[in-house]
Design a protein around this ligand. Structure first.
Ligand code: GLU
Ligand code: ZN
Length: 335
């Protein structure tokens, strides 16, 4: 019998990329995922998504973790680091090979597709195995230290199982309205390993969410449109017996809740890239109060006057109410 979410203890997570220090927007996400977990007597895990070394800033991991602690956000268990899980990603990727193909499209061609891949290399290329065999058989192969291709996952695997694909592409978000994200119009066949050889976010995040037994994913709405890809991959990983040997199996799809992202007055997401100010840990209490306000949980005077972080978080855990979370996908945050 299949387990449902209801049978499982709540496990949530916060999964920062160490591309810079925490800023107000990431504090909002950390706080929302923490409160939702603790309100439901769950665990709250932290995972460092450090699989993209070119984007990593030295020391950012430590700064992020210190900042979480300074804001009273203590995680459960050990911090997982994606950089320590590369062999797992590789093994799973190899097992997904029958569903994958190599894509040799250049950036110029991809730019014309607006992020929705048209299956060009599936229809005009060869299977990954044929391509590898061919490369190995040619003299030039010894010069190709890294193959100049990305690995894409076909999105037509459940084409003859209408119910299955509908339940992947259609889901109720805890905060946003019901979602319908057809893979064909959201991404098309998507990348699991990038051209530069790095594992793609979609692959790593899904394997880790399964392995860590995550039941609830509370994160920024900038990731809302990636959700059906992750649900699709999750379903494949759960339905392939040979793959499930490598990762925890029998994990039902998690619940998703996408909170509004904090944006600049011009509508850009506050991010490390657009130089959002790093959180000042010496004003942790004030930062948290602002984050509560952003999440439409204004802090009452008898709590805000005490300036006690533990008291504030305890109040937040008790009074967390999903129905109060604003439904927008983006809200301007005063810097
Ligand atoms: N590492 C991602 C980020 O910092 C978040 C991944 C997720 O929550 O699924 O944007
Ligand atoms: Zn291609």
């Amino acid at each position: 019998m299949h387990k449902t979410q209801i049978d499982l203890p709540y496990i949530g997570r916060f999964a920062p990329s160490p591309s810079g220090p925490l800023h107000f927007g990431s504090l909002v996400t950390a706080l929302a995922s923490y409160l939702d977990a603790k309100h439901h007597h769950g665990q709250w895990l932290v995972r460092m998504e450090d699989i993209d070394p070119p984007r990593e800033i030295d020391g950012a991991q430590k700064i992020i973790l210190n900042s979480l602690l300074a804001h009273g956000l203590q995680w459960d268990g050990d911090v997982m680091r994606q950089s320590e899980r590369l062999t797992t990603y590789q093994r799973v990727l190899e097992q997904l090979a029958p569903y994958c193909y190599s894509c040799f499209c250049n950036r110029q061609r991809l730019n014309t597709l607006n992020g929705i891949y048209d299956g060009h290399c599936l229809h005009h290329g060869k299977t990954e195995k044929e391509q590898t065999d061919k490369r190995n058989a040619t003299k030039e192969s010894k010069y190709l230290l890294t193959p100049k291709s990305s690995t894409r996952l076909r999105t037509d695997i459940f084409d003859n199982k209408k119910e299955q694909i509908t339940s992947i592409e259609t889901f109720n978000d805890l905060f946003q309205q019901q979602q319908k994200q057809p893979l064909q119009t959201h991404s098309g066949d998507f990348v699991l390993r990038r051209k530069d050889g790095l594992f793609a976010y979609q692959l790593a995040v899904t394997i880790d969410d399964i392995d860590q037994g995550i039941t609830h994913i509370i994160r920024g709405a900038d990731l809302l449109s990636t959700t059906s890809r992750q649900r699709y991959l999750w379903t494949i990983l759960q339905s392939e017996p040979s793959i499930s040997d490598n990762i925890n199996n029998h994990r039902p799809l998690p619940e998703y809740g996408h909170i509004p992202v904090a944006s600049t007055p011009t509508g850009q997401k506050l991010s490390k890239q657009n130089k959002a100010a790093a959180l000042d840990n010496t004003s942790a209490f004030e930062n948290l109060c602002r984050a509560f306000t952003f999440l439409h949980h204004p802090v009452p005077n008898h709590i805000s006057s005490k300036a006690d972080i533990q008291l504030l978080l305890a109040w937040g855990i008790q009074n967390w109410d999903r129905a109060k979370i604003p439904k927008e996908t983006s809200i301007i945050a005063e810097q």
